[in-house]
Ligand binder design. Structure first.
Ligand code: ASP
Length: 422
């Protein structure tokens, strides 16, 4: 029997997870063993395995990436193109979100602000201490973290921006070391990177099981009843994300890179499904790199620079979500948003989406910052908590897809010939 392609395996696991999760619920058990605990075990094991790779992968990918691009002009050109691509797609995503949320007005029910209908979720305590007291000044703090005072603790705390900055510097100057020592270092980092990709290969084989655990856990613990009052908000976010991933990105792929969007979806399917299940673009990074290099044919030189950067800095889905959520909360509080306020939302969403970490629910802190910027209390987030988990899964897939498209677009602009040829 021919072996089923990985993305089909993951898709089947996803369907089985939805069935198993809804049948077992949170309390279902067999011989005293709760199914829920099994889901958590499988999911956590997979997630841990992916996370285990993040620090060595990001560091070695960026260092080897810079080394292979070569310093000077090449790096400058690729760097500039990467930043332009990331900023423009995030901005497009935000504008799509703004258009949808202003058209559908999910925060207004029968002409009234929806706050009373929805009510703040009971359990807001878990996030309030994280977001309380956040203000517009926190945008600055996010960027301060780019230069970490202690690189080891930045790595331990998952502060990717700091790690990326250090690796960029390291790679750049390593490329300029002449002679035997320079070569030894280059060989070392190349070897570390190759080993990380091999381990990723292995972990990917287990992704259907991991995805099953992660998704079954979410399904068994998220009641459908939570969705009803928020249906319109949920629908607005999904619609905007779909417009971005099915209309805007394909147009960019077709007209800027000249490649087939359908081939791109196929190439990236395992990464998109993993992003959906893990809600973490950082944890998905190893798989994104595999797919972009092996399935989409982007050179290691381009992908190892563009993707780790993208996983942290480029979050189209997140930027879009922040904008829709902030406008929704404002509508639900009955606040009339002036043009200036909408502009503030767009700008803050763009800046915070750069600084937000690629981990589950990271947007919530960014939304608190936006709310503070337009003068709304952080508790407003309580309105959207019930559906945040599922929307996190969706926006993370969009984040990962945009990063991958970035690698393809930039590879094409750099004149690579093998991109999405097969
Ligand atoms: N979970 C998202 C990611 O990892 C970040 C967020 O929007 O919360 O890309």
């Amino acid at each position: 029997m021919p072996k089923l392609k990985l993305h089909w395996q993951i898709l089947i696991a996803l369907v089985l997870a939805v069935i198993a999760g809804s049948l077992s619920g949170r309390e279902g058990a067999l011989f005293g063993l709760r199914f829920y605990d099994v889901y958590v075990f499988l999911g956590t094991l997979f997630l841990n395995a992916l996370k285990m790779l993040i620090v060595p992968l990001i560091v070695s990918a960026i260092i080897t990436g810079i080394m292979n691009i070569g310093g000077g002009n090449n790096l400058g050109t690729l760097g500039a193109k990467t930043i332009v691509y990331y900023m423009s797609t995030s901005l497009l995503a935000i504008l799509v979100g703004l258009l949808v949320v202003n058209t559908l007005q999910p925060g207004v029910v029968d002409g009234q602000p929806a706050k009373e209908v929805i009510g703040l979720q009971a359990d807001t305590s878990s996030f309030m201490d994280k977001v309380e007291g956040k203000g517009a000044g926190d945008v600055v703090e996010i960027f301060l973290r780019t230069v970490p005072p202690n690189i080891v603790s930045a790595a331990a705390d998952g502060q990717m921006l700091g790690l990326i900055f250090f690796s960029l510097l390291f790679g750049y100057f390593m490329a300029h070391i002449e002679g035997r020592h320079g070569q030894t270092l280059k060989d070392f980092w190349q070897a570390v990177f190759d080993v990380m990709m091999k381990i990723t290969d292995l972990i990917m084989k287990f992704s259907p099981i991991g995805v099953f655990g992660l998704v079954a856990k979410v399904v068994s613990s998220t009641g459908l009843e939570a969705f009803a009052p928020l249906a319109m908000f949920f629908f607005s976010v999904i619609l905007a994300l779909l417009i971005h991933i099915l209309v805007i990105m394909p147009l960019i792929l077709k007209f800027v890179a000249g490649v087939s969007p359908i081939k791109m979806y196929k190439a990236m399917a395992p990464a998109l499904l993993t992003a959906f299940s893990t809600s973490s673009s950082s944890a998905t990074l190893p798989i994104t790199m595999e797919c972009v290099e092996k399935n989409a044919g982007v050179s290691n030189k381009t992908s190892s620079f563009v993707l780790p950067l993208g996983a942290t800095v480029n979050m189209d889905g997140t930027a879009l979500y922040e904008c829709v959520a902030a406008v929704f909360i404002a509508q639900a509080y009955g606040l009339d948003l002036s043009f200036g306020m909408q502009f503030t939302i767009v700008l803050t969403a763009l800046l915070t989406s750069i600084g937000v970490a690629g981990i589950p629910s990271a947007s919530l802190v960014a939304i608190a910052i936006i709310l503070a910027a337009i003068g709304l209390p952080a508790e407003g987030i309580g309105l959207i908590l019930a559906v945040d988990r599922v929307l996190d899964m969706c926006r993370t897939s969009v984040n990962v897809f945009s990063d991958s498209c970035g690698a393809v677009v930039l590879a094409k602009l750099q004149g690579e010939k093998d991109v999405l040829r097969a």
